[in-house]
Every structure is written in C-alpha cells, then in structure tokens.
Ligand binder design. Structure first.
Ligand code: ADP
Length: 463
C-alpha cells in the first residue's frame, strides 16, 4: 500500500512540476533529470521528517546554530520542491548549493564527528549522477576550495573561537585528512561517471538493436503480406487456368465421342477420332498434373478429410484402370485384404484415389506386355492401412530411388523415351501420401519389377 501511495504521489509530483510532458527520446539527459526530480521529491519528504527531531534536539541542547541552518535548508528545499516557475537546471543549482552549504556548515560546526563530511561526499555523487561528470568535478573543486579556506582560517586563527572542532588537529594532519577526502571524492566521481557512460552506451546499443529488430519485423510483415497476396493471386490463377484449359478439352473430347457415332464403317475415320480422343485425354492428364504440382509447390493443396468406404474406393480405382492394363496385355489383380470392419475410414478420398491411380498407371506404363501388375491393400491394425502397387516391369536402379520422386525427374531419358510422361506423377503421389500422413516407399530391381507402398492412418482427423 505504501508503494502504491508513493507511486501516486510521485506521478502527481511529476505532473505538478510539468516533468511528465518531457520527451523520453532525450536519452541520458532525460534519465538524469528524472533521477533529479525523484531525489528532490525524496529529499523534501526525508528533509521535513528528519528536520523535526533534529530541531527539537538542537533546541534541547542549545545548539541554535544547527537549528538555524537546518531550518534555512528545509525552507529552501520546500520552496524548491513546490515553486512551479523555475527551470529544472535552476532547481538543480539551488538544490546543490543548498545541500552544500548545509553540509559544509555542519562540517565546520561539528567537525569530523558530525555528518557534514558524509553529506559532502554524498552530494558530490548525487551531482555526478543527475548533472554529469563535469558538474561533479566542479562540485569537488568547490568543495576543495572551501576546505582550503577552512585550512587558512584555522592556520591563521581567523575564527579560532568559532571553530573549536579543528583546534585539536595539527594543521598538517588537517591538510592530509582534507586532501584525502578530496581525492576520494574525485575517485568516486570518476567511478560513477564511468559506470554511467558504460550503462549509457549499453542502453544506446540496446536501443539500436531494438530499432533494427523493429525494422526487421516490419520488413518480415511486409514480405509476408507480399507472399500472401502473391499466394492469393497464384490460387486464383491456378483455379482459372484449370477451368480455362479443362473446359475446351472436355468440349473436344465430347465432340470426339459424338463423332464416333458417324461413319461407323469407315475404319480410317474412326481411328482418327480415336487418336483425337486418346491424345486429348493424355493432354488433359498432363495439364491437370502440371496444375496440381504447381499448387502443391505453392503449398495450396491441403487435406480434405471425409468419412468414406475405402474398400469401395479401391475397387473403383481397380475397375477404372483394368481396361488400360488389359489393353496392354497385362494381368492386373486387386488383392483386397482389408478387414471388412476397417472399410469405413476418415481420410481424403480424392487424394487417395488419385495417388493409387498415379502409381498403377506407372506400373502399367513401365511393364511390358505379358507382365503382371497388382494392387494389394491390407489393414495390419484397426487404425492403419497399407497399400502396395507391384509390377513385373523394367524396374528402377537403386541409384534413382531418391531423385525419382523429384518433380520432372525421369530415369533413363534416352533409352525409354517413348514410355515417359511429364515426370510429375511420382512427385504428386509422394506429396499426397505425406498429406495423408504417410510416406511413399519404393523397392525395385532393374529388369525384375517395382513395388511402391505406403501406410496411412484410417482416422486422419485424430492427429
Ligand atoms: P512419368 O510421367 O515420367 O512416368 P513419374 O513421376 O510418374 O513420371 O515417374 C518418374 C520416373 O520414375 C519415370 O519417368 C520412370 O523412369 C520411373 N518410374 C516410375 N514408376 C515406375 C515403375 N513402376 N517402374 C519403373 N520405372 C518407374
């Protein structure tokens, strides 16, 4: 409670003398002035509180000189603290002079036994703190001058009667003690100002770092905004392109289908129409793949999980691609070992189906006539499913096991050119497997065949 009361009093005082309007950017000067205001405030409270017992004591012991100088100093202090129309610089000068005169008078009157020396020492430190090193040195210099004056007075016995405290000291001893005092004062002024300078330069460095961090943060935000807006543009562009290309392609394929109904006896005619149709479909696949890999690379493809029957999906994929395998003269088997209780899953149906299709199409593409392709699906645990796409095709050398999943990468371009597609299928398959929470793996032996396999979670939302 005392702290909050003090805090409120301090805030009120800062407002009262107009200090709270000061600009904090003034750095060290601002902090010095703030320190001075706090010292002034504290001294005015402590001064009044300590004045009462010391005045009573002075009256009681008949030390009227102490009573006079204490009263004078407290009055000046109160005037300084609460008189509004005075600059802070002037306040500092009067405050320092007032304390100096009080301390020096106490020293002269009470000698080394009083607290005058300590007050002088403390005053020099305070002046260094709130006004800087040069002002601190000036204070020590004035202090030295007054000491010299005192020594002269004592030496020539000018005021011997009023300075009984120093009569006990030989003049050499007095000079040595006072010189020591001055030296220690100097030492403390240098030490305090050195510390302040160190702290100040650390503060400046910290401010600079803070500014740099602030600037960096602003730049990052700007970059982020740019990336986000470019992502939005990319999404819009890809969606548009997808629509713009697919629509005319469906038109062409639809017309080809329509044309098949005519000239049914003209074999050449029908063959041309078939060429249009099959190449159109290939083109549509390639364009779709290119758009899809662009979206994946832009980070725009995300999981779209639903609950569906995986056994039915696998069977549909098989039925879709069976004609392609038969056309190539391959045996294509669907080994469905999924436990019927595990058929209902929560995953991304479109991605799973597309991923299987990419792998099976590759298996068919890279397996020669008479070979075998199989799709095996099993449920090793109630929460996982494993898929294997196996072929007895040309196989892949172990040297390509990693690079093969990079977009546009194709093995042995020169020799098997005719088989290659766009080089994107595996990159899409890999990305989809990862979105589904799995990892696409490969086992293969050149000339023997390949197996692509992956494991996925049956309830992807749980993660
Ligand atoms: P592509 O459109 O060329 O098939 P993919 O990304 O699907 O592109 O495959 C990349 C490369 O990996 C292929 O060019 C091929 O060399 C090799 N590859 C993919 N699947 C098989 C497979 N089942 N058997 C042999 N090689 C394969």
């Amino acid at each position: 409670m005392l702290t909050s009361f003090w805090k409120r009093y301090q805030d009120w005082y800062m407002d009262y003398i107009g200090f709270s309007k000061r600009n904090k950017q003034e750095g060290l000067t601002y902090f010095r002035d703030k320190l001075f205001v706090s010292i002034l405030l504290l001294t005015s409270v402590i001064g009044v509180v300590s004045y009462i017992p010391s005045a009573v004591l002075a009256i009681y012991t008949g030390e009227l000189f102490v009573l006079y100088i204490d009263t004078f100093a407290v009055l000046i202090l109160l005037f300084l603290s609460f008189y509004k129309g005075m600059s802070l610089g002037m306040r500092k000068v009067i405050f320092s002079t007032n304390l100096f005169l009080l301390s020096f008078s106490l020293f002269v009157y009470l000698g080394f036994g009083g607290n005058g020396v300590t007050l002088l020492f403390m005053l020099n430190i305070m002046i260094t703190l709130y006004s800087g090193r040069d002002k601190g040195l000036n204070a020590v210099f004035i202090n030295a001058l007054f000491y010299a004056l005192l020594v002269i007075c004592v030496y020539f016995d000018f005021v011997a009667l009023t300075l009984p405290c120093f009569n006990a000291y030989a003049i050499e001893v007095l000079i040595v003690i006072l010189m020591n005092n001055i030296l220690f004062n100097l030492l403390i002024v240098f030490a305090v100002s050195f510390l302040i300078e160190l702290l100040h330069s650390a503060l400046l460095k910290q401010n600079k770092l803070q500014l740099e961090l602030f600037e960096e943060h602003r730049n990052i935000l700007k970059e982020k905004e740019k990336v986000e807006s470019s992502d939005r543009l990319k999404t819009a562009f890809l969606a548009n392109m997808s629509h713009e290309i697919r629509t005319p392609m469906y038109g062409i394929l639809g017309c080809a289908e329509f044309l098949k109904a005519y000239n049914k006896d003209d074999k050449d005619y029908l063959e041309y129409v078939n060429v249009i149709e099959s190449n159109g479909e290939v083109l549509l696949d390639v364009v779709s793949d290119i758009l899809e890999i662009s979206k994946i690379e832009a980070g725009l493809v995300t999981l779209n999980a639903t609950t569906f029957n995986i056994c039915e999906t696998v069977n549909e994929v098989y039925k879709d691609l069976l004609p392609l395998a038969i056309e190539k003269g391959l045996t294509f088997r669907n080994d469905d070992f999924i436990n019927p209780n595990s058929c209902i899953v929560n995953s991304d149906q479109a991605k799973l189906s597309s991923l299987l299709k990419h792998l099976i199409k590759n298996a068919i593409k890279y397996t020669d006539e008479g070979g075998r392709v199989s799709l095996k699906s099993i449920s090793p645990t109630p929460n996982t499913l494993e898929f294997y796409v196996e072929d007895t095709g040309i196989g892949i050398s172990e040297a390509y096991f990693k690079t093969i999943f990079d977009p546009f990468y194709q093995v042995d371009l020169e020799n098997k050119k005719a088989l290659h597609g766009s080089g994107i299928g595996l990159a899409i398959a890999k990305a989809y497997t990862e979105i589904l929470g799995g990892e696409l793996r490969l086992e293969s032996k050149e000339g023997v065949g390949s197996t692509f396999w992956f494991v996925i979670d049956t309830n992807i939302n749980q993660h």
